[in-house]
Design a binder for this molecule. Structure first.
Ligand SMILES: *Cc1c(COP(=O)(O)O)cnc(C)c1O
Length: 370
């Protein structure tokens, strides 16, 4: 028997969450963001369920070639662009689009145009509208656009920017207004489609924010980008990954007994403890505080003490039926359909759903729930 820890990927939920993106933005193309191996889910495990996406966006050329190998004929977009001149040959071969965020990439493209004049790319010109991560300054933007526009090798230029605060509020505004204004002002008079929204902007700003292509990431994977302001239930999203394991031992401890490394939890009364086959080497956060929620046999309880490399302890004092072999849900959904949102678990270790789902390690078994 393999160790009982398993990550189950729910294909119906992926389909459903993608349909929520489409419903929010009926007039936009929805690109599914599958970077970081589809946010830890595995590109091959999500591809069929996300086939209704209008395109796919990611960071590594290898992720794009995997999509092509699966038979994907849709547009593909490298969100950070190319990392070396040679990447352009791969992009040409596999028909991949890429962001252009810096001058050195423009130079590579010009160099490429000189030796392969017949190849054409659909490029995404990235504007730094205020996040200060990637992109051209608004003052430079039109000039770069003109340079690219004159290259035969450039078939189309999509205007692209990324919001820093679509999940919150900034300057007393709504988190996006400031950047949206700069973006619109800067692209005035420049032809091309637009690509703006991430999940938070899709969910929170779809009534006011319009663009041709949205980049839907975390919402596809059943985590709320603005938790705790909104939960996945508020956004009508479903969990796409369930991390499940089992109790492999039961301990009974007395008042004064401690549990786990560093004796970080000390019982104040007699307690029944379930020891679960899941630890930080599976991707569970070591920094999770005592009290992090888990489901045992579909009933909510919580962790006790430090998370070990391979094990953690849960309180089953109130669950006398719980025993070796009982199902433990670390996040997602129990086999009976009870929900434990990944965002709730993430909040207990001071992080976000994104980080938990991306951190599941290679030793965890994956299963597809078709
Ligand atoms: C990751 C990413 C997205 C998706 O963001 P979510 O918050 O997961 O929806 C969109 N655009 C860019 C440029 C990204 O890097």
């Amino acid at each position: 028997m393999p160790r009982p820890i398993t990550a189950i990927i729910h294909q119906q939920a992926l389909r459903h969450n993608l349909s929520v993106s489409h419903q929010c933005m009926p007039d936009s193309q929805v690109f599914a963001v599958v970077k970081a191996n589809a946010y830890g889910h595995g590109i091959e495990r999500v591809y069929t369920a996300l086939q209704d996406a209008d395109g796919f966006a990611f960071l590594d050329i290898g992720e794009g070639t995997r999509l092509r190998a699966l038979g994907c004929k849709k547009p593909l977009l490298l969100l950070e662009g190319i990392f070396a001149f040679e990447d352009l040959f791969e992009c040409a071969k596999h028909e991949m689009s890429f962001a252009i965020h810096s001058l050195h990439q423009v130079q590579w493209l010009k160099q490429f145009a000189a030796i392969a004049p017949d190849v054409q790319f659909d490029v995404y010109l990235k504007m730094n509208s205020g996040m200060n991560r990637l992109g051209f300054e608004p003052q430079q933007y039109a000039e770069i656009w003109q340079e690219l526009h004159q290259l035969n090798t450039v078939r189309s230029i999509t205007h692209m920017t990324h919001f820093s605060d679509a999940d919150g509020e900034r300057f007393g505004l709504d988190g996006i207004e400031h950047q949206h204004f700069i973006f619109n002002k800067t692209i005035q008079g420049l032809a091309g489609k637009t690509s703006l929204s991430n999940s938070a902007a899709i969910l929170r700003h779809h009534q006011t924010l319009h663009c041709d292509i949205v980049r839907s990431g975390i919402m596809l994977y059943g985590s709320s980008p603005d938790y705790p302001a909104h939960s996945i239930q508020d956004w009508n999203l479903r969990p796409t990954m369930s991390l499940r394991s089992e109790i492999i031992a039961i301990q009974t401890v007395q008042a004064g007994d401690s549990i786990g490394y560093g004796s970080k939890f000390i019982a104040t009364q007699q307690m029944r403890i379930g020891v679960v086959a899941c630890g930080y080497a599976d991707g569970y956060q070591r920094l999770s505080a005592t009290g992090t929620p888990v489901l045992v046999d579909s009933v909510k309880t919580h962790t006790l003490g430090r998370i070990s490399m391979d094990m953690l302890a849960v309180d089953v004092t109130a669950l006398p039926q719980a025993d070796v072999g009982s199902e433990v849900v670390l996040w997602g959904q129990s086999s009976e359909g009870v929900l434990l949102p990944i965002d709730e678990v993430a909040a207990s270790s001071g992080t976000i759903g994104y980080e938990l789902m991306c951190a599941v390690t290679a030793r965890v078994n994956f299963q597809i729930d078709a």
